[in-house]
Design a protein around this ligand. Structure first.
Ligand code: NAD
Length: 477
């Protein structure tokens, strides 16, 4: 008997959780439940994290968590509990299988069978945002080498263990050469260790278009957090319905299983939601805790039910379906099919699934770090030329102003009058010839800028790592 933590969540959460649990127990899954409250009620009771200490205790003790979707109240300083949980528990791998069920569920993509492996802990989801001037707000995209290597290795290991042929990486490294560039480079490095698995890289814009148009081209796709979040919804939706896909969130000590969709408040309480997404999440959980037989039994009964045309409203099509059912009736139909196998779909058999061992990070090596300049960000209502004049009047030591950019594009020296400028300027200082900078020189520069009434809003040190610039050039530089 395995004790698992469950949360019924918000919106359609309680209905689809009841339906899912009913099926799990009818299939003889050896699980014991420990129910916690998370989400809207907890937020609105004044706890802005959406989860109590006791609830954390249950998850940390049981280490396996089946969670129905929750509603994040809009605005008001509430942080997304989903993101908090994934990050706090170190659940770095979000695995989202998206498979079409043609011809029984209407889809334009009959042979789609794609697994999205989404990085779950970093990227823009660090949620570090600052308004720096009246006009400009920034959100930090943080990518670590360890985080990238962990998720990329996970994708290759997953492919190997589950007999997948290819791993594709999507990035936007033609624009974000440092962050996405590192992710792509690490992908290429890790791929060399898996010669048995094909690998490829796509720039994400055309990759996303290809996924939406020809998903059968892809097998496993590994992506950073934001890209993976968006494209896994697209992938699930084009199989037939976002209500059909489940996901696992895996870390070194805990795991959380859920549907990929949200709490669907528009259909809550009407007994029309499709419980399949959460059921698929629960099947992934049963496999994770070693309840292989129950997992197979449920998957086969579910496939049989879908084949029989017993469908919830989101996938109901009068040309294909035989019966439109509500959430609980769908669960009852699956229960009635327990012990039966699908007639057309391949029968689920998880015997061959090897035990999945989380990969170790190994590519990291120390590098030589040298300070070679500083970007000083300034709030100023003036032209680039007059700002350069004021900055030059405040110059100290050998640190020289070499460039000013506005929202990344070079506007001094030699800017274009056509370029639209905000009041947010990046002013780059370096020593001629690229010599190493002493931090004291930066402190003197900042003191002088302050004395000259320049409104410095932040600085970013410029480092070389092993002689290679760890910072981007200005656009047009
Ligand atoms: P959503 O996924 O809840 O709903 C999008 C659309 O899909 C709606 O029309 C909905 O009716 C439909 N839909 C979703 N699940 C369905 C199902 N099982 N059966 C039939 N139809 C289904 O997305 P949203 O409306 O953008 O978000 C609603 C709330 O859910 C928000 O508060 C959001 O923050 C939250 N959310 C939570 C999670 C999570 O808990 N993991 C994930 C995404 C969104």
């Amino acid at each position: 008997m395995t004790k698992i933590t469950i949360a019924k969540g918000d919106g359609i959460g309680p209905e689809i959780m009841d339906a899912t649990l009913k099926i799990l127990f009818a299939a003889g899954a050896k699980i014991e439940l420990d129910e916690i409250q998370v989400g809207e009620k907890v937020y609105l009771s004044g706890n802005t994290s959406g989860i109590s200490q006791d609830a954390w205790g249950s998850i940390l003790t049981n280490k396996v968590f089946l969670k129905a979707p929750i509603t994040t109240p809009q605005g008001g300083g509430y942080k997304s509990l989903n993101v908090t949980m994934r990050k706090t528990l170190g659940l770095y791998a979000n695995v989202r299988p998206c498979k079409s069920l043609h011809p029984y569920v209407k889809t334009k993509h009959p042979v789609m069978d794609t697994v999205i492996v989404r990085e779950n802990e970093e990227d823009l989801y660090a949620g570090i945002e600052h308004q720096q001037t009246n006009d400009v707000i920034q959100c930090l995209k943080l990518i670590s080498k360890q985080g990238s290597e962990k998720i990329i290795r996970y994708a290759f290991e997953y492919a190997r263990v589950y007999g997948r042929k290819k791993v594709t990486c999507f990035t936007k490294d033609n624009i974000m050469k440092q962050t996405d560039g590192a992710f792509h480079r690490i992908f290429d490095e890790v791929a060399k260790e898996y010669p048995d698995i094909e690998n490829e890289h796509w720039i994400i814009d055309i990759g996303a278009a290809k996924l939406a148009d020809t998903p059968e081209h892809f097998d496993v796709i590994v992506m950073q957090n934001l890209y993976g979040d968006i494209l896994s919804d697209v992938a699930a939706q084009i199989t037939g319905s976002v209500g059909m896909a489940g996901s696992s969130n895996i870390g070194a000590s805990c795991a959380m299983f859920e549907a990929i969709h949200g709490s669907a408040p528009d259909i809550a309480g009407k007994d029309i939601a499709n419980p399949s997404g959460l059921l698929q999440g629960a099947i992934l959980m049963l496999k994770h805790i070693g309840e292989r037989e129950a997992a197979e039994k449920i998957q086969n009964a579910w496939l049989r039910t879908i084949e029989e045309g017993i469908h919830t409203a989101d996938i109901y099509d009068e040309k294909i379906s035989t019966k439109k059912v509500g959430t609980q009736a769908f669960a009852d139909a699956v229960i009635a099919n327990l012990g039966k196998e699908p007639r057309k779909f391949p029968v689920a058999n998880y015997a061959g699934d090897a035990t999945f061992k989380l990969p170790e990070v190994s590519l990291l090596k120390p590098s030589i770090k040298e300070l070679v300049g500083v970007d000083v960000f300034v709030d100023a209502e003036c032209s680039a030329d007059s700002l350069a004049e004021k900055l030059n009047a405040a110059q100290v030591d050998d640190l020289k102003l070499i460039m000013i950019t506005n929202r990344g594009v070079k506007v001094w020296p030699g800017g274009f009058k056509e370029t639209f400028c905000t009041n947010h300027w990046r002013c780059r200082y370096q020593i001629e010839g690229g010599a190493v900078v002493d931090k004291k020189q930066i402190i003197s520069l900042l003191t002088s800028l302050n004395e000259h009434q320049i409104d410095v809003i932040k600085t970013e040190n410029l480092y070389n790592f092993d002689g290679k610039a760890g910072y981007s050039l200005g656009q047009g530089q």
